[in-house]
Design a protein around this ligand. Structure first.
Ligand SMILES: [Zn+2]
Length: 150
């Protein structure tokens, strides 16, 4: 068995995931433990990332509204949609630029359906002391406590 050297790993994956243990809280008192995979961002990286995400959202909304140039009946809907999207983008940018750590997924046993699974972030991917995850198998949302120690 050959192992990849540390160097080649860093090259292919510039932002390596860090992991922390989490406690998955279900409706019943027994708790499951799991692991959360996250990335930390510097202030500069967080701002860059926020700008990229904001542009992507505004770009796709404006892109869709180009249909309005051809289907004029849609214009009264599309113009206010674009204004709202622009207004919403500012607080979203501010929210994302404050996210210094975000998680991509978490693994563990779902406290609801008891299956071993890969959880996705629910609504927000910001890594906080307590995060909300969604189980892809049963669709339930699960609150998880993030341990401060890895
Ligand atoms: Zn589940």
């Amino acid at each position: 068995m050959e192992h990849l050297s540390e160097n080649s790993k860093i090259k292919t994956d510039p932002k390596k995931f860090e992991t922390k243990k989490i406690k998955l809280n279900g409706n019943d008192p027994d708790q499951e433990t799991g692991e959360i995979f996250f990335t930390s961002w510097t202030e500069q990286e967080a701002k860059k990332r926020a700008l990229k995400k904001t542009i992507r959202i505004i770009g796709s909304i404006y892109g869709v509204s180009l249909i309005g140039l051809f289907v004029h009946i849609l214009l009264p809907i599309l113009i206010p949609t674009n204004i709202i999207a622009t207004l919403v983008a500012i607080p979203l940018y501010l929210k994302w630029s404050n996210e210094r750590a975000t998680f991509s997924h978490a693994t563990g046993y779902c406290p609801q359906c008891k299956k071993e699974t890969q959880f996705r972030p629910y609504v927000s991917a910001q890594l906080l002391d307590s995060v909300t995850l969604q189980c892809p198998d049963c669709g339930q949302t699960i609150k998880a406590d993030v341990h401060s120690l890895t």
